[in-house]
Write a protein that binds this ligand. Structure first.
Ligand SMILES: [Ca+2]
Length: 498
């Protein structure tokens, strides 16, 4: 009897050991990553009533935001494609790398040299992951060896008869596309990402999908335009004399009078332009949604971290400016949302100020990979677990003007407002608690002196911030790429690779 019960106990113990081993294997199942990136998408789609009150149809991205933690105040490290993506993919801030704008000589940046830095994809590859990237992910700092498979983005062909809006040649155009949705390149990129989610994987994966849209030109199927009747389009609020209180370098950042924004406003086509932007946003939501739906149907849905971001913001006439490349809220404010099984809870909203530079250390920590020591961002894991956790709530953005590449411009966003320094001396301060549109530059108002001093001390000094590296563009190409040379661009019909 005794030996029988001993056997019974032994078997029970063995069963317990086996069971707990199974449980711990499940708990230890490595996390996959699905990284989704949209280009030039401003945070309107999450209904930002202080800045935009119109309707934005984006059920899939709103659904993703609600399923995890949505960061209401996320900011880019640089407000234009190449330096923004270089920063969040290297983890190195522009004020360290010297990369503040498009088409700079990235290969001359010491902090971004191949041996000195590991790209985010490289971190995962080194950590035993398979890495896949489809569409627009990086821009100029591509580290192709860090991907198992990497297929970059391609622009869709222009519809016959373009320019359709009749305002400009090149990319500043919009209208219905002649292709069907399945023929469009961002649809193709989503298809590739979906195919990866439908495969059986032996190793954990890092999968990135980046849409080129809603970058201009805005050519999408007519059905997306039809979702936004012209008579229901709400325009962003503008202030006619908004540029009057800016220092000269800040004023030069805006397209200004004679630029494309001015042209749109004077042509009476502002509503058409906003309609096209919204139509393209909804096309992007549809493609992102297809990838998210494929994840839901896959065996990876419970052990895949999803992060969605947009590389920077977008102006639609505010401060007489179009597109990006400014240090105001329109240019710097981005979308950032995480869903991390075991870390986030549905419905999380964080009002802490965070940076896209924080993505790299966050993903490293979530996936138990050792991040390189040089990273400039901070892991958001404490905020993923508790969106209200204590946090030093600041986010910085850097920029340089293509025409004046020896001067770094740096802006800091804080709960108390936005402080920006252009070069060594010119400054702006906005009390965003009362002035969400950043309409009144309060830099000279003594009531804000203490706040300005506090924020000024947090920004790298003119002497310590990395000098912007020279532009790789010839002076002539540079001219065609600055918003102020619209006339020349129209004459030449060149296409700016912004
Ligand atoms: Ca103003």
């Amino acid at each position: 009897m005794k030996s029988k019960s001993r056997i019974k106990n032994g078997l029970a113990l063995l069963l317990l050991v086996c069971l707990s081993a199974t449980v711990s294997v499940a708990a230890e199942k490595p996390m996959n990553v699905l990284m989704l990136i949209a280009d030039d998408l401003n945070p309107w789609l999450l209904e930002n009533p202080q800045r935009y009150t119109g309707k934005v149809i984006s059920p899939k991205l709103k659904g993703l935001a609600e399923s995890g933690v949505n960061f209401k105040y996320a900011y880019t490290a640089a407000p234009v494609c190449s330096p923004s993506r270089t920063a969040f993919f290297s983890g190195v801030a522009p004020w360290k790398s010297g990369i503040y704008n498009n088409a700079q000589t990235i290969n001359k940046s010491e902090p971004l040299k191949q041996d000195a830095v590991l790209s985010l994809a490289g971190l995962f590859k080194k950590g035993g992951y398979d890495t896949f990237g489809y569409g627009k992910i990086t821009h100029g700092w591509d580290q192709k060896a860090h991907w198992n498979e990497h297929v970059g983005h391609k622009r869709d062909p222009s519809p016959p008869g373009a320019p359709l809006a009749g305002l400009s040649g090149g990319e500043q155009d919009w209208g219905p596309i002649h292709l069907n949705e399945e023929q469009m390149n961002d649809t193709g990129g989503a298809n590739k990402a979906i195919a990866i989610l439908e495969q059986k994987h032996e190793k954990p994966f890092f999968l990135a999908y980046g849409s080129f849209n809603p970058h201009m030109p805005w050519y999408v199927p007519q059905k997306y335009f039809d979702m936004y009747p012209l008579d229901q389009i709400v325009l962003p609020e503008l202030k006619a004399d908004d540029l009057d209180d800016l220092p000269p370098l800040a004023r030069a950042v805006s397209d200004g009078v004679g630029g494309f924004a001015d042209k749109v406003l004077k042509s009476g086509k502002h509503k058409e332009a906003v309609q096209a932007y919204l139509a393209t946003t909804t096309y992007v939501d549809t493609q992102m949604g297809r990838v998210l739906d494929a994840l839901e149907k896959s065996p990876y849905k419970d052990n895949t971290i999803v992060v969605f971001l947009t590389d920077h913001g977008f102006h639609l006439g505010e401060k007489l400016h179009w597109q990006k490349t400014t240090l105001w809220e329109e240019g710097t404010h981005t979308l950032l949302m995480f869903r991390a099984p075991g870390f986030t809870q549905a419905g999380g909203v964080s009002e802490r100020f965070v940076s896209l530079l924080d993505i790299y250390p966050t993903l490293a920590e979530l996936c138990k990979l050792t991040p390189p020591a040089y990273l400039d961002g901070r892991s958001l894991v404490p905020l993923l677990k508790d969106p209200k956790a204590p946090w030093e709530s600041t986010a910085m953005t850097g920029l340089c003007d293509k025409g004046k590449t020896d001067l770094a411009y740096i802006s800091i966003r804080h709960e108390l407002g936005r402080y920006t320094r252009y070069g060594a001396k010119e400054e702006e301060f906005y009390d965003t608690t009362k002035d969400a549109h950043e309409w009144t530059n309060q830099i000279a108002n003594p009531a804000y002196a203490a706040t300005v001093n506090k924020l000024r001390a947090l920004v790298p000094s003119f002497e310590t911030a990395a000098k912007p590296l020279p532009s790789a563009l010839t002076p002539e190409r540079r001219e065609t790429q600055t918003g102020k040379k619209e006339k020349k661009r129209d004459e030449k019909k060149t296409e700016s690779p912004k």
